[in-house]
Design a protein around this ligand. Structure first.
Ligand SMILES: Cc1ncc(COP(=O)(O)O)c(C=O)c1O
Length: 397
């Protein structure tokens, strides 16, 4: 499938230049149709009952789990469905049996969703070691190596920074974690659907994913990868329907992985949509998406960074899919509002749920940055329009 084909499947692109994939992505019609089919034809609960609608919904949900697993080179019994990336990370941070004196290593440029759940562990006596990224937003594996020791229970890093677009050396950081016997969690919120993500090649024990960003799935979906080798280390945070094999007045026997982590009725339509979005990704081809993504990133950086009065952030040799910048001393929200009102361009502005990253770059006091982020549906013409509109805005300042 070509970019034009995908654009035809996303009606809102007719009226908007959507440059906010890092936040969430518009859902293509085939994905919407898969969800509509569920509502129209087999809207029943999964794993609860024996009638044909239940069986069909259960089979479709399992198919979605297999598609998601295949997409990251995992097996379906290593996937827990969640409502988003944040839930996936919290399942690990809250579910590992940390002891006083354990340490956790986390960079200072993480999204709050991969920062706060770890910071909170200080309340349980865990030594949370925050490692500074460099000026360009790159996490030097050497600094991670300096921070770990025999007390380190877990190391985590975000594959691509949502605030700056910098791509981290996740394989090397994983090796460092495992060398000291620590577990390793990768926040793949900004890489999945934009580049090949192979959890085994990365060496992740855990990886957290959105369904609603790069994979073009619906909002309200995400998933956690948990390697078979470490599933025994994790306790479920929530119990309820679907999580037990047996219950008496005296106790209960938990289900196997992943059922024991999926209490209650799931977002069935959403996950069926997510499965359809993985089919959609495979129809385009992840290599083709990445090739387009690299071209768009280069064009985006070249166009925006050449405008007088604009400062870009993040090591330009090392960014992918995302560009953070400011114009003169303008408030980022004002810039975003003008882009929208004058040219229908949608970009994110502010601190991007990454206040420590903004503080690291001394951008917090001035309101953060403007952030443009691309996907396969974006075109060179759209980047050009962004450049022209930014030039006009810069001229006003
Ligand atoms: C790097 C990163 N991690 C985590 C999240 C949280 O994702 P979600 O909204 O799916 O919980 C985001 C969202 O933008 C992100 O960019």
């Amino acid at each position: 499938m070509r970019t034009e084909d995908v654009r035809r499947d996303i009606p809102l692109l007719r009226d908007h230049v959507y440059l906010d994939a890092a936040s969430t992505t518009p859902t293509p019609l085939p994905v919407v149709r898969a969800m509509t089919e569920y509502f129209e034809e087999y809207n029943a609960n999964t794993g609860r009952g024996a009638y044909s609608l239940v069986l069909r919904a259960t089979r479709k949900l399992q198919e979605a789990r297999e598609k998601v697993a295949g997409f990251i080179n995992a097996s379906s019994d290593e996937i827990v469905f969640t409502k988003n990336t944040s839930e996936a990370i919290n399942i690990v941070a809250g579910g590992l049996r940390f002891r006083k004196g354990d340490s956790v290593v986390v960079p200072n440029i993480e999204h709050h969703s991969n920062f706060l759940p770890w910071l909170r562990l200080r309340e349980r006596g865990v030594d949370v070691r925050v490692v500074k990224a460099d000026e360009g937003g790159v996490v030097d594996p050497g600094r991670i190596e300096d921070a770990v020791d025999e007390t380190t229970r877990l190391v985590t890093v975000t594959h691509i920074s949502n605030a700056l677009g910098t791509v981290q050396d996740v394989e090397e950081i994983g090796r460092i974690a495992h060398d000291v016997g620590a577990l390793y969690l990768v926040d793949a919120a900004q890489s999945i659907g934009h580049m090949e993500v192979d959890v085994r090649a990365i060496g992740a024990d855990f990886a957290a994913f959105p369904g609603h960003k790069g994979t073009l799935g619906p909002v309200g979906t995400g998933f956690l990868y948990c390697s078979t080798d470490v599933q025994g280390e994790l306790e479920p945070l929530m119990l309820g329907g679907g999580t037990v094999l047996d219950v008496s007045e005296d106790g209960y026997v938990l289900e196997d992985f992943p059922a024991k982590f999926e209490a209650g009725t799931l977002n069935i339509a959403g996950f069926i949509g997510l499965g359809a979005s993985i089919d959609y990704m495979n129809r385009i081809g992840i290599r083709r998406i990445q090739k387009h993504g690299m071209k768009m990133t280069e064009e985006l950086h070249a166009t925006v960074s050449s405008i007088d009065g604009i400062e870009c952030y993040g090591d330009p040799q090392n960014i992918y899919g995302i560009l953070s910048f400011n114009i003169n001393k303008m408030d980022p929200h004002d810039v975003a509002k003008i882009l929208d009102e004058t040219a229908g361009i949608c970009v994110r502005s502010g601190h991007h749920c990454a206040i420590p990253a903004m503080k690291h770059l001394a951008l917090h006091e001035t309101g953060g940055t403007v952030r443009a982020s691309i996907h396969y549906y974006n075109t060179s013409e759209e980047i050009q329009l962004l450049g022209e509109t930014l030039e006009e805005i810069a001229g006003m300042g």
